[in-house]
Design a protein around this ligand. Structure first.
Ligand SMILES: NC(=O)c1ccc[n+]([C@@H]2O[C@H](COP(=O)([O-])OP(=O)(O)OC[C@H]3O[C@@H](n4cnc5c(N)ncnc54)[C@H](O)[C@@H]3O)[C@@H](O)[C@H]2O)c1
Ligand SMILES: O=C(O)C(=O)C[C@@H](O)[C@H](O)[C@H](O)COP(=O)(O)O
Ligand SMILES: [Zn+2]
Length: 373
């Protein structure tokens, strides 16, 4: 994607208020070349950039040059690209390298990449010598609006998505809008799924803005992107600030994910992008909300129209085992309690609640959304 960057946007900051774990999300342009934006972060002898083989040639040398002013030595660890590598095996590889390079408790890790790299690096930072500082430099739209903020870190297990992880907050987040210029269109669309999620669960006005600005966002207009990133981070900050470890409210950020994670695991991690699976999952969760008499009937067609306009799926893929396979994958969802699957549902546009729904009431949604695919 090549956004219109003619007009340089004023940088914005969103504060994540978590007591001694508070930090800022910096949103702007040229953040990778401005040392002032990095003031106040921990230094230390060694800085380690963790990235992947796609992002490294694009952005690692610029970050390495900037970090050379902050650390005596800067090392780059590059992993193979893809959700299929968000695994314990990659985590172990990172641990091996850190130990081999003599990384100590003052070593700072830098996650340079999308959500896969961010989640894995955050988990490595939480575990290495029981915790070292880390900084998020998200380079996809999805990671700028969601995964880099809030401290959920994890790797996947073949039995389920993000099954091994920790809550561990970064020291700062740098959302450089310029990095989105090299992002493929399919990945921009995937990021927009999480942006649309925020409108659906908390902010009808923002959802309406997204309907009005869908074309500008897909075209990569930087002012539209900045607003989308900023508003998304503000909403995430508001939720996480009240419930860091998901004992209640934070579960609304999982809207569409109970179904979506089943799609990712069922098709094999990496077959559908996370954002694509979340898009289809939001359709299913909205359908379920309407069938339960909670959401207005016109919300589902409105959502489907918006998803199609931004290049996202508006229906779910069939899994080999059909409806039963969906239910089988959803049974391991982290929100499940005493064997009951709990869903994030909509009471209206901008109002989400979490509710256990028996399988028999979910089956009509599965049948309808799979049939529509
Ligand atoms: N921790 C959280 O709260 C949270 C929230 C949402 C999603 N996630 C996780 O995030 C992951 C998805 O993140 P994602 O969508 O960023 O996927 P990703 O990390 O796989 O990145 C998508 C693709 O874009 C490439 N890429 C990254 N930056 C680029 C750039 N600037 N230019 C060109 N190519 C670039 C990557 O190499 C990759 O091929 C999933 O694992 C999901 O579970 C976590
Ligand atoms: O930050 C959160 O909380 C979220 O749920 C954000 C989601 O977009 C994200 O995909 C998250 O990783 C899913 O969490 P999980 O606990 O279901 O793994
Ligand atoms: Zn997500």
């Amino acid at each position: 994607m090549t956004p219109n960057t003619h007009k340089h946007q004023e940088p914005a900051k969103v504060h994540i208020a978590l007591g001694e774990r508070s930090y800022d999300v910096c949103i702007g342009q040229d953040l990778l070349s401005d040392p002032r934006a990095w003031e106040g972060l921990p230094g230390g002898t060694l800085g380690v950039i963790i990235t992947n083989d796609t992002v490294r040639p694009l952005y690692a040398s610029r970050l390495q040059a900037l970090l050379a002013t902050r650390h005596r030595k800067v090392l780059v660890i590059s992993l193979p690209d893809g959700e299929a590598f968000k695994t314990l095996a990659s985590f172990e590889l990172v641990m091996d390298r850190l130990l081999a390079e003599g990384a100590d408790r003052k070593t700072v890790l830098y996650a340079l990449g999308g959500g896969v790299i961010g989640d894995l690096t955050g988990f490595a930072a939480a575990c290495y010598m029981r915790g070292v500082p880390f900084v998020q430099i998200p380079t996809t739209l999805l990671s700028q609006v969601d995964s880099s903020v809030g401290g959920k870190t994890a790797v996947n297990h073949p039995r389920g998505k993000n099954m091994v992880g920790a809550f561990y907050q970064p020291a700062r987040v740098f959302c450089d809008l310029d990095s989105l210029r090299t992002l493929p269109a399919r990945e921009v669309s995937a990021g927009l799924a999480e942006v649309i999620k925020y409108g659906l669960i908390t902010d009808a006005h923002f959802f309406h803005w997204l309907e009005e600005n869908a074309v500008a966002l897909v075209a990569g207009e930087v002012s539209a992107l900045q607003h989308a990133v900023r508003r998304s981070c503000e909403i995430k900050a508001w939720v996480v600030g009240q419930d860091e470890r998901e004992s209640g409210l934070r579960a609304i950020l999982n809207f569409g994910h109970t179904f979506g994670h089943a799609i990712e695991a069922g098709l094999g991690f990496g077959t559908w992008l996370h954002g694509e699976a979340v898009a289809a999952g939001m359709v299913m969760a909205t359908d379920l909300s309407a069938r339960l008499g909670m959401a207005p009937q016109d919300l589902l067609p409105r959502l489907r129209t918006l998803l199609r306009r931004v290049g996202l799926p508006d229906a779910a893929p069939a899994l080999p085992g059909g409806e039963d396979e969906y239910l089988h994958h959803m049974a391991v969802d982290k929100k499940a309690e005493a064997g009951a699957i709990r869903y994030v549902l909509l009471q209206g546009l901008g109002q989400a609640v979490v509710k256990a729904v028996p399988d028999e009431q979910v089956r009509p949604t599965l049948r309808a959304c799979l049939a529509a695919a």
